[in-house]
Design a protein. Structure first.
Lengths: 488, 321
């Protein structure tokens, strides 16, 4: 997330995750702005590059979820060559992506989400981190977390040669297949990862669901938004992380749209505000209707919870059980409680681990028909995958020499930019009252709102993931009244 | 480093987070680091207060690993601050070392980037003319955004750097090895490239070289690479002959050509010029027209040759008048 540090807010604002809060004469919150002040420009500087190089360039949009960009890019590039991909390569890419999901969800749940729930949202900030979690749940579990994340990375390395900054997808398939001896290396790790996913779900039950105060916070706290949901689904409306159609469902459960990746520009558009480098996507057919909630809103979330909200079911049995338990506990499907993202992430972890297991048992997975050589340059492609942090769209065109002529990117976190603005304002309004001084507790309550989105401003802009340096500036009568800072 | 615990910081400039993942990829070794060192700042994992760094004495940190390039004044400000606070500053990864892939932005202007991002693309709001502004007034509220430098810089363009640890990202075993050396206190000469080999990548690549010349270049999409033979000798452009060893040839081993993230081999100033020299030496022709025709099979040579090193090259950037 953003790592810009504001020392002097007048002269050095760059890269700062900066929230400006403006109070009215009575001391109530009138307006808030969550500014994202960075831009990289990948859309421009990939133009002129050979189109087949893009899957290994755009991975540097984000080193935490490079496989998401690699896969979306590979599919867009496949489209530029007519779209044919070896069926075995599709299986291998899916298997690889399942492992990547495991890595990312483990890292997020234990390093970013768990501190709030395991340590408690009111705990000492100095202990509210992964080391504090390890200290509380035990070194043995901490070791298991490190091991499981490492195994998820190692599976990717075995299948695709590298685990960070992927290189493996090339037009028509992948650069190397999976050897039988490599599969044998993967199998025991996959079984352990599946056990670990189920263990994590149980840990969530014990620590979070076993505490009525947390359940109350999730279900009835200020962390709800009446905006719609977006995610990829397969033909049976189960979540599909690698491919499928994009489904948009409103917060009451009614399907609004269902579209093919190539149609994305008919359904999604991006609004620009001059005070942020990050754009604000919205449902194009409704037009930009501002930062507004409600059934007529043109805004949507694209998150783990949104993916489960647009799905009718999960694709695998244990995940289906977890899906049913989650929505029955939360009062039905779909769910608007933003903090349920963390639970949704665990349900997704289970589906990914079950999918990995099934690929390990696929007798064709070690075959050698892992690529077809493209026969024509058709010049345009759209690739959509579900990045961990939301629906990720890459759209490229190329010329007759297969040189990139344009690239358009709508990345995971960007989808959620408007909802993040709105939850920030909502929580600020709930917490900052006339006569009440904002403090670290206010900052953490606000942060819990947008952290539920797992925002990755590396993907969205060029800033970086992790503990976000934050500055909350409260203005009153044209003057800075209070300033609360963390990591800055 | 004496009897006390090492005081270290990890920080990111204009990078992607992949270097931090490379540190995480040392897995259990992380716990050893935590035992040997106080991690005073590491935004991805530890809740260190940035203000605490400001309040440190100069030289209070033993070591800072700085990843990411320098592309705005904030990156430069933090680089200068951490330089002052650290006895050792390591340019960690390709971006800090040479500018990295974000350095390819030096081939475009800021205006071109804005045009693509905000004004002309398939999903922008119809009719939009708004772009981000340094100063905005919204309903009477004054808001500011930063200005970016016109180009991307590598870390040692703005501060003195002690060591360079190359790679995009650095291989985890190399990260571990470098940290172990620093803990040992037996340091290499200032300015050294560490965590890498001192030969060319081809020396550690297991592919078979047959001293074969070529009549045609083939792009990766056009060919099913032979799994054993040298990629360059199959006509697939590979930056191995211009690149430093140390990564284990992880890309060529997977039938994917090297793009040079470990930087130039020792003694080479400009990685792209070295690659051009290597490429021309494998062309099987002495006829200028035929050589031109063969080289036409390599469009965008700049983008290949300086994939990770444009800001560190003699060229540095494209300039439009």
């Amino acid at each position: 997330m953003t790592r810009k540090i504001t020392i002097d807010p007048i002269t050095r604002l760059e890269g700062h995750g900066k929230i400006e809060v403006f109070l009215d004469d009575d001391g109530a919150v009138q307006e808030t702005f969550f500014q994202i002040p960075e831009l990289r420009g990948f859309e421009r500087f990939v133009v002129g590059r050979p189109i087949e190089e893009l899957p290994r360039l755009v991975t540097r949009i984000c080193g935490v979820c490079p496989a998401s960009h690699h896969m979306a890019s590979a599919k867009a590039v496949d489209g530029c060559f007519g779209g044919e991909v070896a069926p075995l390569a599709v299986k291998l890419r899916r298997m690889y992506y399942n492992a990547h999901y495991m890595h990312s969800h483990i890292a997020h749940f234990y390093a970013l989400a768990a501190p709030d729930f395991v340590m408690g949202p009111d705990s000492d900030p100095a202990e509210r981190n992964i080391l504090g979690v390890v200290g509380k749940v035990g070194l043995e579990i901490g070791g298991a977390v490190i091991k499981a994340r490492g195994q998820a990375q190692e599976i990717q390395r075995i299948i695709g040669g590298r685990s960070t900054q992927d290189i493996w997808c090339i037009p028509g398939g992948v650069a190397k297949g999976l050897k039988p001896e490599e599969l044998e290396q993967i199998k025991p790790m996959t079984r352990e990862l599946h056990d670990f996913a189920l263990f994590s779900l149980q840990l969530f039950r014990d620590v979070v669901l076993g505490n009525p105060a947390y359940v109350e916070l999730i279900v009835n706290g200020p962390y709800t938004l009446d905006v719609h949901n977006m995610g990829l689904v397969d033909e049976s409306n189960a979540p599909d992380f690698y491919d499928g159609q994009v489904r948009v469902v409103d917060f009451e459960g009614t399907e609004l749209y269902r579209y093919e990746p190539r149609e994305y520009a008919d359904y999604v558009a991006e609004h620009v505000e001059s005070w942020s480098y990050l754009k604000f996507p919205y449902l194009k057919k409704r037009g930009w209707r501002g930062f507004a909630e409600g059934i007529d809103s043109s805004l949507y979330c694209a998150t783990p919870l949104a993916r489960l909200n647009v799905a009718d079911r999960m694709a695998t049995p244990k995940a289906q059980e977890a899906f049913e338990e989650m929505f029955s506990t939360l009062g039905g499907h779909p769910c608007r409680a933003l903090l349920a993202q963390h639970w949704a992430r665990l349900v997704e972890m289970v589906q990914n681990s079950e999918a990995l297991l099934s690929y390990c048992d696929d007798p064709e997975i070690t075959g050698d028909a892992f690529r077809v050589i493209p026969q024509e340059i058709t010049g345009e492609g759209v690739g959509i995958v579900e990045a961990m942090r939301g629906t990720l769209t890459h759209h490229y065109t190329c010329d007759a020499r297969a040189i990139c002529t344009s690239a358009n990117l709508i990345v995971g976190t960007t989808n959620n930019n408007a909802p993040i603005q709105m939850v920030t304002k909502k929580v600020a309004q709930a917490m900052i009252k006339p006569g009440v001084e904002p403090d670290q507790g206010v900052l953490n309550m606000i942060e819990m709102g947008f952290r539920a989105f797992d925002p990755c401003y590396s993907c969205a802009t060029h800033a970086l993931p992790g503990e976000m340096p934050l500055e909350l500036i409260v203005w009153r009568d044209g003057e800075v009244w209070r300033r609360v800072r963390r990591n800055c | 480093m004496g009897g006390r615990k090492l005081q270290i910081a990890l920080y990111w400039g204009a990078g992607c987070g992949g270097c931090d993942v490379a540190v995480l990829d040392t897995n259990e070794f992380i716990l050893d680091v935590a035992a040997l060192a106080d991690i005073r700042l590491w935004p991805i994992a530890v809740d260190g207060k940035y203000r605490d760094v400001e309040e440190m004495a100069d030289g209070e940190l033993d070591l800072t690993l700085f990843n990411g390039a320098v592309r705005n004044s904030e990156n430069e400000h933090i680089a200068r601050l951490l330089r002052r606070k650290s006895r050792l500053l390591v340019a960690f990864g390709s971006c800090a070392h040479m500018g990295g892939i974000p350095g390819l932005a030096n081939l475009a202007t800021k205006e071109e980037i804005y045009d693509r991002a905000y004004l002309h693309n398939p999903s922008i709001e119809p009719g939009n003319t708004t772009v981000p502004l340094a100063q905005t007034s919204v309903n009477g509220y004054s808001l500011e955004l930063p200005r970016f430098y016109q180009r991307v810089f590598k870390l040692d363009d703005v501060v003195d750097v002690d060591y360079y640890l190359p790679g995009c990202p650095p291989a985890a075993d190399q990260v571990r090895a470098v940290l172990e050396v620093i803990v040992s206190g037996v340091l290499p000469p200032k300015g050294s490239v560490v965590g890498a080999g001192d030969r060319g990548l081809c020396d550690e690549c297991t592919r078979t070289k047959a001293e074969k010349k070529i009549k045609e270049f083939r792009r990766p999409w056009q060919i099913m690479a032979d799994p054993e033979a040298c990629l360059l000798e199959q006509g697939i452009l590979c930056a191995g002959p211009a690149t430093r060893s140390g990564c284990g040839a992880r890309c060529p081993t997977s039938s994917i050509p090297c793009r040079g993230c470990y930087g130039p081999m020792p003694g080479v100033v400009d990685q792209g010029a070295k690659l051009l020299s290597a490429v021309t030496s494998v062309i099987d022709s002495k006829d200028p027209d035929e050589i031109d025709a063969i080289l036409a099979g390599l469009p965008d040579f700049t983008g290949y040759a300086y994939r990770f090193s444009l800001p560190a090259s003699l060229l540095q950037r494209s300039v439009r008048s």
